[in-house]
Design a protein. Structure first.
Lengths: 252, 241
C-alpha cells in the first residue's frame, strides 16, 4: 500500500459524493423548473378568467350606460358607445350601418334637439342581462330585457322588448357592434298591452334606413320569440327557432 | 411549577426548530416558494370559480325567465336537476322533471311555444345569489315582475309581483335548478292596478289545470293586501344577524 492509496480512496469517495450532490441538485432544479412552468401556465389561465369576468362586468355597465344616456336623449353620447362600423336596428325601423348613421338615427329621435325635453319621458330600463364573451375575448353577445316608460306631452306609453346585442373590444375598450332591439309591445298607458298594442314600428320616412329590418316579424299579440344567442345552459341545446318547423318538432 | 416552565420551554423550542426551516425555505428554497405560490394560486382560482358560479346561476335564472316568456317548456324543464322541485304560489309542489313538464304544459293548453294573443313576460330581477362554501350548491332570492295578458279579453292585461327563494345544485360542472319556489305577492288587473289585487287571479295564474301536485303547498300565507315576508336565505350582510 502506498501513501497515495488513502488519498486516491478519499478522492474517489469525495468525487462520488460531489457527483451525487450535483445529481440530486440538478434533479431538484429540473423539478422546480417544471413546477414553475406549470405555475406560469396556471397563472396565465387564471388571469384570462379574471379578464373574462371583468369583461362581463364592463359589458353589463356598457348596456346600462346606453340605457341611461337614451333616457335623457343624449344622442351623441349614445352614438359614441358604438364601434366605427357599429350597426343599430330597433323595432321595425330598419338597419343603420356605421357610427355616423347611428348618430343620425339617434339625433332623428328628437329632430333638432339634444338632451331631455319638457314633458317628455324616454326611460329605457335594461334588465336581466345574459352575457357571453367568446373565447377570443374580443366579441361578446348579450340578451337583455327592455322596459320603457315613454311620454310626450299628454301621451304616455309602456314599451317592452328584447335586445340581442353584439359587442366588440377594440384597443381594450368594449363597444356596441350591433344593437338589435326586438319589439314585444308598445301600448298607450290608458289601454294596456292586452287591449291595444302597436303594430311593428315602420321606418322613418324622414330618415330611410340603409337596409330594411333583418328579421321580419309581427310583435304581440302575434306569437314570436326573438332568437337566442345562447344554448340552453344545462342541456346545451342550440337555438332552434331559426327553423320554422320547431313548433312541430317540440310537440312530438 | 418548574416542571411546567420546562415543559413550556420544550414546546417553544419545538416550535422554534419547526419554524426555522420553514422560514428559511420561504425565502431561500425555490421548491418551498413554488409550493407557496401554488397555494396562493389555488385560493385565487377558488375565488374566480365563485364569481363564475354566481354569473352562471344568474344566467340560469335569467334563462328560466326568457324561456317562460315564450312558454318554451322543454327548455324550462331542462334547466332543472333530476328530482328538482317547482312551487309557484299556491300551486303545490311538483317533484321531478316529468311532473314539472306536465304542470307547465297544463298552463298553456298542452301546447308550448309563443301563442297568439298570450303575453307571459317574466322579469327575473334583483338577484341575491349565495354559493355554499363547498361550491356545489347555492341559494338565490329574486324578484319576479309579471306582465301577462290575453289579447281581446277586454282587460289591458295583468301586473304580477312576488319573490323567489330558489336553490341550485352543481352537477358535472353544470348549475341546475334544484328548487324553484315563488312566493306570490299580488296579481292584479291592469285596470285599477294592485289596488284591485285578487287572490283568484293568483289561483288562475298558478294552479295547474287538470294536474295534481306531488305535495301540497309547503307554506300557507296571505299575499298582498295581507302581510307576509318570504323568509330570507341570507343573513343581513352588514350586521350578520
Amino acid at each position: 500500500m502506498t501513501t497515495t492509496q488513502p488519498l486516491r480512496a478519499a478522492t474517489v469517495v469525495l468525487t462520488a459524493a460531489l457527483a451525487c450532490a450535483a445529481c440530486s441538485s440538478s434533479r431538484n432544479d429540473a423539478q422546480t423548473q417544471a413546477a414553475i412552468a406549470e405555475l406560469e401556465t396556471a397563472v396565465a389561465a387564471a388571469k384570462a378568467e379574471v379578464q373574462r369576468l371583468k369583461d362581463i362586468d364592463d359589458l353589463e355597465n356598457l348596456a346600462g350606460i346606453y340605457g341611461h344616456y337614451v333616457d335623457k336623449s343624449r344622442h351623441d353620447d349614445v352614438a359614441d358607445l358604438f364601434a366605427p362600423n357599429g350597426v343599430v336596428e330597433i323595432l321595425g325601423r330598419g338597419v343603420y350601418i356605421g357610427q355616423d348613421r347611428v348618430r343620425e338615427y339617434m339625433r332623428n329621435l328628437t329632430p333638432g334637439k339634444v338632451g331631455p325635453q319638457e314633458s317628455s319621458l324616454f326611460n329605457h330600463m335594461h334588465l336581466q342581462p345574459i352575457i357571453d364573451v367568446l373565447p377570443d375575448g374580443k366579441t361578446a353577445y348579450a340578451r337583455s330585457r327592455l322596459f320603457v316608460m315613454f311620454a310626450r306631452n299628454d301621451n304616455a306609453q309602456w314599451g317592452d322588448g328584447i335586445y340581442e346585442n353584439v359587442f366588440v373590444k377594440q384597443d381594450g375598450i368594449w363597444k356596441l357592434d350591433y344593437l338589435h332591439g326586438y319589439q314585444t309591445f308598445y301600448t298607450n298607458y290608458e289601454d294596456g298591452w292586452a287591449k291595444k298594442a302597436s303594430a311593428i314600428f315602420a321606418p322613418y320616412a324622414r330618415l330611410p334606413p340603409d337596409r330594411p329590418q333583418s328579421v321580419p316579424y309581427d310583435p304581440y299579440p302575434a306569437a314570436y320569440a326573438p332568437p337566442f344567442h345562447y344554448k340552453n345552459p344545462v342541456s346545451g341545446r342550440a337555438d332552434h327557432y331559426a327553423d320554422p318547423t320547431w313548433h312541430d318538432t317540440l310537440a312530438k | 411549577m418548574r416542571s411546567k416552565q420546562y415543559a413550556l420551554l420544550g414546546i417553544a423550542a419545538a416550535l422554534a426548530s419547526f419554524a426555522a426551516p420553514v422560514l428559511g425555505q420561504s425565502t431561500d428554497d425555490p421548491a418551498a416558494r413554488v409550493a407557496a405560490l401554488r397555494t396562493r394560486l389555488t385560493n385565487v382560482t377558488a375565488r374566480t370559480t365563485r364569481v363564475d358560479d354566481i354569473n352562471r346561476i344568474e344566467n340560469l335564472q335569467g334563462s328560466y325567465g326568457y324561456y317562460t316568456d315564450k312558454m318554451l317548456w322543454d327548455e324550462v324543464v331542462d334547466l332543472f336537476a333530476d328530482g328538482g322541485t317547482l312551487e309557484i304560489g299556491p300551486s303545490g309542489v311538483y317533484v321531478g322533471k316529468d311532473s314539472i313538464r306536465k304542470y307547465l304544459l297544463s298552463l298553456s293548453g298542452g301546447k308550448q311555444g309563443p301563442l297568439p294573443g298570450v303575453l307571459n313576460d317574466h322579469f327575473e330581477e334583483q338577484p341575491i345569489v349565495t354559493v355554499a362554501s363547498d361550491g356545489q350548491s347555492a341559494k338565490g332570492r329574486w324578484r319576479l315582475m309579471l306582465m301577462t295578458g290575453v289579447s281581446g279579453s277586454g282587460s289591458g292585461g295583468n301586473w304580477g309581483d312576488g319573490v323567489y327563494e330558489n336553490e341550485y345544485v352543481k352537477q358535472g360542472g353544470v348549475w341546475k335548478i334544484s328548487k324553484l319556489h315563488w312566493y306570490a305577492n299580488f296579481i292584479a288587473p291592469y285596470e285599477g292596478g294592485w289596488l284591485n289585487a285578487d287572490k283568484k287571479a293568483i289561483d288562475d295564474y298558478a294552479l295547474g289545470k287538470g294536474v295534481t301536485p306531488d305535495r301540497p303547498p309547503s307554506e300557507s300565507y296571505e299575499p298582498y293586501p295581507g302581510v307576509f315576508v318570504p323568509p330570507f336565505h341570507y343573513k343581513n350582510p352588514v350586521s350578520g344577524q
